[in-house]
Design a protein around this ligand. Structure first.
Ligand SMILES: [Zn+2]
Length: 286
């Protein structure tokens, strides 16, 4: 489980070695001596008996290579999208399932690999001229050979907010597709031209009818489903009655700390920053 200091997917330890990404000789050698995390197109990877990510030799791996960085002992680490290797005792997992249970290094590796893979899968053509692009800079660029433009992996900022009443209650909502009884913090994408604080106030108002103030940033983590960076906040309700006011949620409701400690409602999974925001708030006595 993640500790309270950082959200589950914000624990990476790998040195990204970004200054080496344009060094072809370095990358060639780093591939030969490196270890590879293989992802399926749906983002699944293998974990071994010990619950850690299964990394394999680079020799047999086909496909586009993404240089993830250097491990603490200097081992180069890569990701490739392909068929999962056959290994005795290994089992396929998803980031949502295991993100909170992986080691710090593995959580960071997996989230970076899946974020890069998702971007490459959907940005294969140049947004300027429409021609196919090539992987460059160890997977951190796609280059158009027709007009020479470079295109960089995107991350879309989203705000996620634990709204409280300044005392003992917090406001949670649920989407119809979630397992029965699960509620979570409210969230939404930052729009062009908007500050984070404006996005927080607008999203909470749109989704729950509640006005907020005292907006405080708490922490962030990547959420590559497919390409979000979740920016976690707390905010205090200062007006408005909590009620569903768009079609994204089917219910919004206030819960007390005692409700939450009793297990009511069911919380979002431990890999989510929503879980971290709620548990952090719960651990403080109003
Ligand atoms: Zn182009």
């Amino acid at each position: 489980m993640p500790d309270m200091a950082s959200p589950a997917l914000a624990r990476g330890t790998v040195d990204r070695a970004a200054e080496r990404r344009r060094d072809e000789a370095f990358l060639d050698e780093a591939w030969r001596s490196g270890r590879v995390l293989v992802l399926e197109a749906d983002g699944r990877v293998l974990v071994g008996d010990d619950g850690g990510l299964l990394l394999v030799e680079s020799a047999d791996q086909e496909g586009e290579r993404f240089f993830l960085g250097l491990d603490r002992d200097g081992t180069p680490l890569w990701a490739v999208v392909g068929e999962l290797p056959r290994k005795l005792g290994a089992r396929p997992v998803t980031l949502r399932d295991v993100g909170a249970h992986l080691s710090d290094r593995d959580a960071g590796l997996y989230v970076t690999a899946i974020a890069l893979a998702n971007w490459h899968a959907t940005h294969r053509r140049c947004p300027r001229c429409g021609e196919p692009t090539m992987v460059a800079d160890g997977g951190w660029v796609r280059r158009c050979l027709v007009d020479g433009t470079d295109h960089f992996p995107r991350t879309d900022p989203a705000v996620i907010v634990l709204v409280h009443d300044g005392a003992d209650r917090c406001l949670l909502g649920r989407q119809p597709s979630w397992p029965r009884g699960r509620y979570s913090t409210l969230a939404g994408f930052v729009e062009p031209g908007e500050s984070l604080e404006q996005a927080v106030a607008r999203e909470i108002r749109e989704e729950s009818g509640v006005d907020v103030d005292d907006i405080v940033y708490r922490g962030s983590q990547p959420w590559p489903f497919p390409a979000s960076l979740m920016l976690g906040f707390e905010a205090r309700a200062v007006g408005g009655d909590a009620k569903v006011s768009d079609d994204e949620l089917e219910d919004v409701r206030w819960f007390s700390r005692e409700d939450l400690r009793r297990g009511e409602p069911m919380l979002p999974p431990p890999a989510s920053i929503a879980h971290w925001l709620i548990v952090n708030w719960l651990s403080r006595e109003s």
